[in-house]
Design a protein around this ligand. Sequence first.
Ligand code: FAD
Ligand code: UDP
Length: 402
Amino acid sequence: MALFQKLPENFNPQDYDMLVVGAGYAGSVVARRMAEEAGWRVAIFESRPHIAGNAYDEKDEAGILVHVYGPHIYHTTKANVNDFLSRFTEWTDYQHRVLGEVHGTLMPVPFNHASMKLAFGDERGEALYQKLIERFGENVKVPLMDLCATDDADFEEIADYVYENIFLYYTQKQWGKTPDEIDPSITARVPVFIGDDDRYFPGATFQGMPAQGYTKLFEKLLDYELIDVFLNTDARKILRVEGDQVIADGKPYEGTVIYTGPLDELFGCDLGELPYRSLDMQFETLPMERFQPVGTVNYPTSEDFTRITEFKNMTGQVKEGVTTIMREYPMPYVRGEGMTPYYAILEPENQALYQKYAERVGQVANFYPCGRLAEYRYYDMDAVVDSALQLAEELLEKTSAK
Ligand code: FAD
Ligand code: UDP
C-alpha cells in the first residue's frame, strides 16, 4: 500500500480500476478482495487523517490504547468473516461483559439469572427465573418487546422492571425516544438472557480484540501493492454522480466505484437530510490501576451519559498506575458542526428518504453503496465485513463473465 497524506496534484482517477470512498471496513475489505483476486488497481479516498473508519484506535497521551470513536468489541457467528479478518490479526480471548448501574446496584446486562436475583431478591428472583425457563427454555434470548407482550402477571412484573430500569432512561438518552417508540430490532440487540452466561454477546462463536488493535489490523488489510490510500481527501471534491454516470475529475469514469459515506451527502442532501444520532465522547485519564470492574458499565437509571468504557479492561493492555475511561453523551447529529453520524435512525420516513437516494444511485451501473452509512443500517463490524465480502464476490463474478 502507498499511503498519501493528501491527493497529489497529478492524481488521475483513470489510472485506477476502482475508486473507493472511505477506508473503514466496507471500503477496505472490497479494496483488498478486488486487488488480490482481480488484480485491480484501487484508489481509496478517506476524508479523515487516518484509516480504519470508526474502528480506529490509537495510544493517547498516557500511552493507553483507546478507541477514538467508541468502544469496539469484535464478535460474530460468521465463519467467513472470521476467516477473512484472521488473515490480518491474531485475537485476544476477551469476552465482553457489561454491568448496569441500577439505582446503585451493579447487575449484568443483558438482564440474566444473576440480574433477576439482584432485582427481585434470591427467593422471588429464582421463582420467576424458573417460570421463565418453563415458558421460554434455558439459555435462550427473549427480546424485551416479546416479554412485554405476554399476558401473565409474573412475566409482566419482570418486563416492567427491565423496561423501567434497564431500557427506558438509557434509550431516552441514546435516541431521545422511549423503547416502544424506536424500531424493536434496536432493543432486541440486548435481549433478556435466560441463563447464567453474563457475556454481552452470549451467542457469538468468535469474540475477542485484535491483539495489536484495530488500526494495525487495517494496516495489514490495506498492505497490498495495488492499493493506494489518500487521506485528508473528501471524495466529493473529485467524484459526483450525474444521471446514470459517475464523473471523476470532470470526466466520465467507467471503472467501479464503492461508496461508504452517507448517501445524502453525495447529492448535497437535495432530497432532504438523512437523520443520524451522534455522540460526544469524553475521555478522562486517571492516576489509578483500575476504575471499574468490567470493560463497560451502563447507566440505565442515572447520569446524562449512557455508559463508561475502561479501555485497559477490554484490550488487556498492562500499564501500571494509569487508566483511561470514556463517557458517551448522545446527541442529535447536526451537519457541518464537526460531528460524526454514528447511528442511522431507523424510522419509516427516514428509510423512505434513504430509498429515494438509493434509487438514484441504482441507475448508475458502476456505483455501489456499501457499509453502515451508505446502506443506512445498524451494522456491527462483522455484518459490514460480510456485506463487503458479498459485494466483492458479485464484482468478481461480473469480471469473470466479461
Ligand atoms: P465507517 O467505519 O464509518 O467508515 C466510513 C469511512 O468513510 C469513514 O472513515 C469516513 O470518514 C469515510 N467517508 C465518509 N464520507 C467520505 C467522503 N465524502 N470522502 C472520503 N471519505 C469519506 N461494531 C461491532 O461489531 N462491535 C462493537 O462493539 C461496535 N461498537 C460501536 C460503537 C459505536 C459508538 C459505534 C458508532 C459503532 C460501533 N460498532 C461496533 C459498529 C462499527 O463501527 C461499524 O459497523 C463499522 O465501523 C462500519 O464500517 P463502515 O466501513 O461501514 O463505516
Ligand atoms: N439499551 C438500553 N439499556 C442498556 C443497553 C442497551 O436501553 O443498558 C438499548 C438502547 O436503546 C440501545 C440499544 O439497546 O441503543 C442497543 O444497545 P447496544 O449496546 O447494542 O448499542 P451500541 O453498542 O450499538 O451503541
